[in-house]
Write a protein that binds this ligand. Structure first.
Ligand code: COA
Ligand code: ZN
Length: 313
C-alpha cells in the first residue's frame, strides 16, 4: 500500500456538527471554538452555512460568526451555500471558499434543498461565476455519493456524470464524495475513488465520512490509498444531516489526526491542542463521539521498540 506524505484535514464541526444541535449555541461560543480550531494547525475550516434560517435555525448567525472570528494566517474559512442567495451572503461575509453540495439522488436532493439534483446543479452553475467574480474558490460535495438512505447506493455512472458536469462544464477542481449517512465500505470507496481518479486526473478528490456504522476511519484509509488528498472531519465527532434519517456524526477530527500521525502522514495539526478543543466542544454540547476523548493519546515508548518501517512517535 502506498500512503501519501501529507493530507489536508478540513474541519466541518462548526457547520456539520453544530447544525445538528437542537439548542442554539450562542454566537460567541461558536466563534471561540472556531478561533481555538484555527490555532491547532488546521488549514481549512467550514465555519458555517448560509442556508435559509428557518431550514437550519442553528446557522442563523452565519454573518455574525464570520464577522466575529479571528482569522488565522494560512487558514481557509469556508461557508456552505445552497443557492444564489446563500452565495451572495457568503461572499459579503468574507468566506474564502464557497462549498456547494449536490445530492447524487433526487430523493435526498428534494429532502435537503427542495429541488431535484438537476436543478441543484443548475444553481451551482450560477453560483460558480458569482464566486469567481468575487475572487473566491468553490468546492463541490456530492452528497449521498456512497449511499443514500432513501435510494441505496447510487449507480457509479450517476456519480461520475455529476463529477463530470462539475469538472468539465463548471471548471471545478476540488470534489468531495460524501458518505452522508455512513453506508459506505472500504472496498466500495477504493473502487469509486480509483475510477474517478482515472477519469478525472486533474481533480483533487476528498471524502466526507460519517461514522454511523463505525467505518469512517476504514473508509478514510481506503480513500487515502486510492489517492484522495483531503478529508473532512468534525471535532468531537459531532454532526449528521437534518434531512437524512439515521445520519450520525462525522469521523472525529482528533481520531483521524491521531491515526494519520501514527502512520507518519503529515496533517500539520497539533493533536494536544485539538484535544483541548474537543473537550471544550463536548462540554458545550454535552456529548461527543470520539475514541481519543475517551482513551487519550497512547503512552510513548522508546523509538527502538518500534518495528522497522514504522514512523514511530
Ligand atoms: N439564506 C437566507 N434566506 C434564504 C436563503 C438563503 N440561502 N434561501 C432562501 N431564503 C429565503 C428566501 O429569501 C425566501 O424568503 P421569503 O419567504 O421571506 O421571501 C424563503 O427563504 C424561500 O425561498 P426559496 O427560494 O423558495 O427557498 P426554499 O424554501 O425552497 O429553500 C433552501 C431552499 C435550499 C434555501 C433551503 O431548503 C435550505 O436552506 N436548506 C438547508 C440545507 C442544508 O443546510 N442542509 C444541510 C447541509 S447539506
Ligand atoms: Zn455531513
Amino acid at each position: 500500500m502506498r500512503w501519501p506524505a501529507s493530507v489536508t484535514v478540513c474541519e466541518v464541526g462548526p457547520r456539520d456538527g453544530f447544525q445538528m444541535e437542537p439548542s442554539f449555541i450562542p454566537t460567541p461560543t461558536k466563534i471561540a471554538i472556531i478561533d481555538l480550531l484555527s490555532r491547532t494547525g488546521l488549514r481549512e475550516i467550514q465555519a458555517t452555512s448560509f442556508v435559509r434560517p428557518t431550514a437550519v435555525p442553528q446557522m442563523r448567525d452565519a454573518e455574525e460568526v464570520m464577522a466575529g472570528l479571528r482569522r488565522e494566517h494560512g487558514v481557509l474559512y469556508a461557508g456552505l451555500v445552497p443557492n444564489e442567495r446563500g452565495a451572495e451572503r457568503a461572499i459579503a461575509a468574507g468566506c474564502d471558499r464557497l462549498d456547494v453540495v449536490v445530492s447524487a439522488t433526487d430523493s435526498h436532493s428534494l429532502s435537503n434543498t427542495r429541488m431535484p439534483t438537476r436543478r441543484a446543479l443548475e444553481r451551482v452553475g450560477r453560483i460558480v461565476p458569482m464566486a469567481r467574480a468575487a475572487g473566491r474558490d468553490v468546492a463541490i460535495g456530492i452528497a449521498v455519493a456512497l449511499g443514500c438512505p432513501f435510494e441505496g447506493v447510487p449507480p457509479y455512472a450517476r456519480v461520475e456524470a455529476l463529477v463530470g458536469h462539475a469538472v468539465e462544464e463548471l471548471g471545478l477542481t476540488r470534489v468531495s464524495l460524501a458518505d452522508t449517512v455512513g453506508m459506505a465500505n472500504p472496498r466500495q470507496v477504493s473502487t469509486t475513488v480509483a475510477a474517478l481518479r482515472a477519469r478525472f486526473p486533474q481533480v483533487a478528490f476528498g471524502l466526507h465520512l460519517h461514522n454511523t456504522r463505525g467505518m469512517a476511519l476504514a473508509n478514510a484509509l481506503a480513500g487515502l490509498a486510492g489517492g484522495v488528498t483531503h478529508l473532512d472531519a468534525s471535532v468531537a465527532g459531532l454532526g449528521g444531516c437534518p434531512f437524512a434519517p439515521g445520519a450520525a456524526g462525522n469521523v472525529a477530527t482528533e481520531d483521524l489526526v491521531h491515526m494519520l500521525a501514527e502512520m507518519g502522514i503529515a496533517t500539520h495539526v497539533r493533536l494536544d491542542a485539538l484535544l483541548e478543543v474537543a473537550r471544550r466542544v463536548e462540554a458545550v454540547v454535552g456529548h461527543a463521539a470520539s475514541a481519543l476523548l475517551r482513551a487519550g493519546v497512547p503512552r510513548r515508548f522508546p523509538l527502538a521498540q518500534h518495528p522497522a518501517g514504522s514512523p514511530g512517535p
